[in-house]
Design a protein around this ligand. Structure first.
Ligand code: CP
Length: 318
């Protein structure tokens, strides 16, 4: 694997290798070793054409903790606003020396175009493309589930038999797609719950159970994990979306639904959250919530991905 564009083509062994290397990276942090010299002399370019807080900052932190130099590029305030293309932007950054490119783009498929082009000869990591995929988010989510469910016995394990309910705006969610492919590979069972207007066309061919009734799913499956998704207002055609009060009543993790979950059910959200819409403050801030753990674990996962793609370790092993 030269690039990380999707979780769909990750094998079980590749996924577990990334999760296990992330465990090593987390152990380094716990031992209060601030930095590893692994990527000294390498340059990571963060190419963000769409807004981000968690992903952009955690990629930067991950690269710096591996001693790489980091160039941060944000489309806002750049020559993209003057019409500069992805090709010219990428070639400009390549000319400054890039050993790895992390890209977030509003167009589905942009990271793949970059990876398959000859504009830049470096590993490309997809940090979220349109409504397509967000592979490092799914990896950090799987890492978080494994740690919460199996604790110190996590290493080397998959998620066989784990029941995951993913709720909300599936239609626009690259997080839902990347999670589905990865969780299936790791042996978990995924149920999508959404209003009918926020379920993608063709979902019946995907390896997930689909329901429109959240109360019934929670009652009947008693899931290990409930993952709430952000309502993506910026991608929403007004015609698609039930009004906020109806959405919250039917598909939100409100205080009553939260109180009915098993005491050990994990509550996840990739962030940013719309509190009071898809998730209540009590659920988001509870001991069952992993929202902040997901952010912390994101740095370990991104360290692992950068290490495996940029250090030559993966090529040496294959
Ligand atoms: N989860 C996630 O991708 O968050 P950001 O948009 O803040 O990066």
């Amino acid at each position: 694997m030269k690039h990380l564009l999707s979780t769909r083509n990750l094998s079980r062994d590749e996924a577990i290798q990334i999760l296990d290397v992330a465990e090593d990276m987390a152990d380094v942090s716990n031992r209060e070793v601030k930095k590893l010299p692994t990527l000294r002399g390498k340059t990571v370019v963060n190419l963000f054409f769409e807004d981000s807080t968690r992903t952009r900052i955690s990629f930067e932190a991950a690269a710096k903790r591996l001693s790489a130099d980091v160039i941060n590029f944000s489309a806002k305030g750049s020559s993209v606003s003057k019409g500069e293309s992805l090709k010219d932007t990428a070639q400009t950054l390549a000319a400054m020396g890039a050993d790895g490119v992390v890209i977030r783009h509003h167009s589905s498929g942009a990271p793949q175009v970059l990876a398959e082009s000859n504009w830049i000869d470096a590993p490309v990591i997809n940090a979220g493309d349109g409504t397509h995929e967000h592979p490092t988010q799914a990896l950090l989510d799987a890492f978080t589930m494994r740690r919460r469910l199996f604790g110190a016995a996590s290493r080397g394990r998959d998620l066989h038999g784990v029941s995951v309910v993913i709720v909300g705006d599936i239609l626009h969610s690259r997080v839902a797609r990347s999670n589905l492919w990865l969780l299936q590979t790791l042996g978990a069972h995924v149920t999508f719950v959404a209003p009918a207007t926020l379920v993608p066309f063709g979902v019946e061919t995907w390896p997930a159970t689909v329901s429109y009734d959240l109360d019934r799913v929670l009652r009947e499956t008693q899931p290990d994990v409930v993952m709430m998704l952000r309502i993506q207002s910026e991608r929403m055609n007004a015609a698609y979306f039930p009004n906020a009060r109806e959405y919250s009543r039917e598909w939100g993790l409100d205080d009553v639904r939260f109180s009915r979950l098993r005491a050990d059910t994990i509550v996840m959200h990739p962030g940013p959250m719309n509190r009071g819409l898809e998730i209540s403050a009590a659920a988001a801030d509870s001991a069952q919530s992993t929202v902040l753990e997901q952010v912390t674990n994101g740095v370990s996962i991104r360290m692992a991905v950068l290490y495996l793609l940029l250090s030559g370790e993966r090529e040496a092993q294959s």
